[in-house]
Design a protein around this ligand. Structure first.
Ligand SMILES: [Zn+2]
Length: 179
């Protein structure tokens, strides 16, 4: 896990991310979380993409097994259960703090007026996208985003068990771009 500042992503890392997404990775400013094999699971993305589009989801979950696991969770009744956790004042306060932390991390890469105050996943008061919340939890580490932590805890996927197509590809020297 890591939050800014990040080392610049390597060609090999970007090639893995592009393969994960099935399209060229855009605006990646760092690798925010990794599989146990070293491949990226979460990328940090510039709040303004190279084509000028505002992009609020700074911590973007890229690993196919992780995104599939979050989609599976979203398809069950877990969303209202997670939202109900926010009825607890302490959890609600932590979730609001996670929102502020998210915005602070992103602001290091530029202020984008179109998305000012907008984080991701439904923060600070709703639960809308487990992919975004899990991405934040993986990047920031346990104890920052309580809903993201809970989504990961309930998930069948774990960064500690490699399910990559090409384990460790991101750490190899002189990787050719996949796309
Ligand atoms: Zn892996």
């Amino acid at each position: 896990m890591s939050t800014p500042p990040f080392p610049a992503p390597t060609t090999a890392e970007l090639a893995v991310v592009s393969a994960q997404l099935g399209r060229p990775a855009r605006g990646v400013v760092g690798i925010a979380a990794r599989c146990v094999c070293g491949n990226p699971t979460v990328v940090a993305t510039s709040p303004r993409l190279p084509d000028g589009t505002p992009f609020p989801t700074f911590y973007y979950l890229t690993h196919p097994a992780a995104t599939a696991a979050m989609s599976t969770l979203e398809a069950t009744q877990v969303m209202p259960e997670l939202a109900a956790l926010l009825d607890d004042d302490e959890v609600a306060a932590a979730y609001r703090a996670a929102h502020e932390s998210y915005l602070g991390d992103r602001a290091r890469f530029g202020e984008v007026p179109e998305i000012e105050g907008v984080s991701a996943g439904g923060m600070p008061t709703r639960v809308k996208c487990l992919h975004a919340l899990a991405g934040h939890a993986l990047a920031a580490g346990s104890g920052v985003n309580p809903i993201g932590d809970e989504a990961l805890a309930r998930s069948s996927w774990s960064p500690l068990i490699c399910r990559c197509d090409d384990p460790g590809a991101a750490l190899r020297e002189s990787g050719e771009p996949a796309a």
